[in-house]
Design a protein around this ligand. Structure first.
Ligand code: SF4
Length: 692
């Protein structure tokens, strides 16, 4: 028997981007382990990816091209050859491309985070066609934009420093489920005497293990940050020298923060005045004493109307107290802006003859149902879905389903499994998993460039996304040299080796070693150097004023709240959030039996006061509904959800859920204040017991 270990990287939409060691015996991957030598992975993987071989060799893997023979959504398919699949697709796309190329739409996201199997050959293909551009907003663009206005780029505290913090505020995230290796460091900090505070409407697994949990109302984080600023300024818990040298607009901020008294903030956030004042005092006084104070903020705060502003307000806090002076101080939203990736080379926007329209992936429900119009352009006639499962993950799911039901819509899905979306495809193409192809990766949690080697041969007739788009390009008659580049050639262009941060990047060397740390300063903003137009942390942003936004930190109540829509709040009095279930990653892994069994079935966490008022007992089946739709789940009566809040851990595949529906039946297509992002946690519902 031959046994080897192959260096790989986790492809999933998780900030940790773990370094993997894949054991291969006689061509079969038998184990996936965390690389003990990679500093952030440290030999540990989450349960999900420890089971990656179970997923790779799953009996339901798609191994051959398929064509639909039943109704859309019915899931009836029959096997066809690659030639038939590619010929059919090219025959359908060619006339559309000649007549109205923008009627062709790619739909993709982070099913893999790989630079090669994500947007490289695929982008070249769609750029050559002149297809609609896709605004990939479904997760991070609200916070990205708010952070960018303030700090200038997605650069923050190095993950490898958090264990040295003395105060760690975990704001809007549940790292035990979705940022495990940060949590390891947070626990180490705790062992060394650090105080951990969770800010989250829900008492998540993480919040349970912190010293303090501040359970604010969903969508009110921006107000809490303003309240903290108010107290810091009023009680002079500030680093005046840092503010004078490295920030812009303090006097204007001071006036704005004065409006946000602890009483007003407590009332807005549904917490106590003491919670606001005590947190500000702790944060400010520890920073003043020279202790490292850090904030790990995450995507939970931004899935509401004012989500971009919430991140912006939080990002202002470290500069007020000079927390950036310490490597273990500051804030991290994402480290993605640290990487000098070479996207123009990979994606070749120069292939576009003119700039096409852009369609927002968040509003796919409406946009697939839109007729042609001068404002919208041509009706969408063909969708090619890869690395995504819009039927399960996009908001306002009934509309998404109706869009994909259109008989005149030609749909191609590149997939590893027959997902909810694949059920609506005309042609399904089998795609490889991370063990079967090569890729290069950044991270949005740490600072390592990562390589993924192929550990095993592709399963069945599955092909990497890159190869599928290469073959499609050939069928479409595209003969540019860029469509002939191999995956190795693509990966070698991933990072700009001329950039000082990636100095010495060499793809062959990276494949051997598995990772290479970026050349970044330990404390990125200890002496200013922000990536904003002024080079300072911008409390006042002239760019925001130009973009029609309030240039100062402010608060916008959720669309669906008593403050914004009292009539709606009367009919639908419960706020619903749908954060990630621990054993799923977005909609990936829901079909892995052992992981699905660990989650059980779709649940709804509801506070005892709210369940009693509705005659609901623990374990009852309940219907969660609003004007957009409904889904069924099993009630868990628990004070983990604060009164007035219900929590449905997600994202279930609809066809594996109790009633064939999931939480996105009730979420809306409204967009955030900036970044054009979804507002999944800005959702009012009513809940009722399902009669037996
Ligand atoms: S999902 Fe996250 S924690 Fe799990 S192996 Fe991948 S990168 Fe690591």
């Amino acid at each position: 028997m031959t046994s080897t270990q192959v260096r790989a990287a986790c492809p999933l939409d998780c900030p940790d981007t773990c370094a993997l060691l894949v054991t291969v015996e006689d061509g079969v991957a038998t184990a996936v382990k965390g690389d003990p030598d990679h500093p952030t992975t440290a030999g540990v993987l989450c349960t999900k990816v420890s089971r990656y071989t179970e997923r790779t060799y799953h009996e339901d893997r798609l191994l051959h091209p398929l064509k639909r023979v039943g109704r859309k959504g019915e899931g009836k398919f029959e096997r066809i050859s690659w030639d038939e699949a590619l010929d059919t697709i090219a025959a359908r796309l060619k006339p559309i491309a000649a007549r109205a190329p923008e009627a062709i739409l790619p739909y993709s996201y982070c099913g893999t985070m790989g630079l090669v199997q994500g947007e490289s050959m695929s982008s070249r293909f769609f750029n050559k066609i002149g297809a609609s551009l896709l605004d990939r907003t479904i997760c991070a663009t609200a916070g990205f934009t708010g952070y960018k206005y303030t700090i200038g780029a997605s650069v923050g505290t190095d993950m490898e420093q958090f264990q040295n913090a003395k105060l760690l505020i975990i704001w809007g995230g549940n790292p035990i489920a979705s940022n495990l290796h940060f949590w390891t460091r947070a626990q180490e900090a705790k062992r060394h005497g650090a105080k951990l505070i969770a800010i989250d409407p829900y008492r998540s697994l993480t919040a349970e293990k912190c010293h303090q949990h501040i359970a604010l109302l969903p969508g009110t984080d921006a107000a809490l940050a303003l309240g903290l600023m108010h107290v810091l300024i009023k009680e002079d818990l500030l680093d005046h020298d840092y503010i004078a040298q490295y920030t812009l607009g303090f006097e204007e901020l001071k006036q704005r923060a004065a409006e946000w008294t602890p009483e007003r903030v407590a009332d807005t956030c549904g917490i106590t005045v003491d919670e606001v004042v005590d947190l500000a005092r702790l944060y400010g006084s520890m920073a003043k004493a020279g202790e490292p104070v850090a904030i790990r903020t995450n995507y939970g705060v931004q899935r509401v109307r004012g989500g971009g502003m919430a991140v912006r307000n939080i990002a202002c806090l470290p500069a007020l107290v000079g927390a950036w002076r310490h490597p273990a101080g500051g804030v991290q939203l994402s480290s993605s802006g640290s990487f000098p990736t070479n996207k123009p080379k990979l994606q070749r926007p120069d292939l576009l003859k003119k700039i096409p329209r852009t369609i927002n992936m968040t509003t796919i429900g409406d946009d697939l149902l839109r007729p042609a119009s001068p404002a919208f352009g041509p009706q969408v006639e063909a969708v090619i879905v890869y690395n995504s499962n819009p039927l399960a993950i996009a908001p306002d799911s009934d509309k998404v389903m109706r869009g994909f039901m259109r008989e005149d819509l030609f749909t191609v899905v590149l997939e590893q499994f027959q997902t909810d979306t694949a059920d609506y495809a005309d042609i399904v193409l089998p795609a490889t998993t991370q063990l079967e192809h090569i890729d290069a990766h950044t991270s949005y949690g740490h600072l390592y460039m990562m390589a993924n080697n192929a550990a095993i041969a592709p399963m069945g007739e599955a092909k990497p996304n890159t190869e599928i788009f290469r073959l499609l390009a050939a069928r479409m008659g595209f003969d540019d040299d860029c469509f002939k580049e191999s995956d190795d050639e693509l990966a070698a262009q991933s990072f700009n080796a001329q950039d000082v941060r990636a100095i010495g990047f060499d793809w062959d060397a990276l494949k051997q070693k598995g990772w290479q740390k970026l050349n970044m300063p330990a404390a990125p903003f200890a002496q200013g150097g922000f990536y904003t137009p002024s080079g300072k942390c911008e409390f006042y942003s002239a760019q925001m004023a130009k973009d029609g936004l309030d240039p100062l930190p402010t608060y916008l109540p959720p669309y669906e709240s008593v403050a914004s829509n009292p009539e709606l709040a009367k009919r639908y009095p419960l706020a619903m959030i749908s954060p990630p279930a621990r054993n799923f990653l977005n909609s990936t892994f829901v079909n892995v039996k052992s992981l699905r069994s660990a989650e059980g079935e779709p649940h709804l966490d509801i506070h005892p006061d709210d369940s009693a008022a509705r005659g609901i007992a623990d374990g009852d089946m309940v219907r969660i509904f609003n004007d957009r739709g409904s889904f069924v789940a099993k009630a868990r009566v628990t004070d983990k959800a604060r009164a007035g809040l219900v929590v449905g851990l997600s994202v279930w595949w609809k066809k594996l859920a109790t009633d064939g529906k999931n939480a996105n039946e009730v979420t809306s297509q409204q967009l955030t204040d900036m970044g054009r992002a979804p507002t999944f946690y800005d959702t009012l519902v009513q809940v009722e017991k399902v009669s037996a």
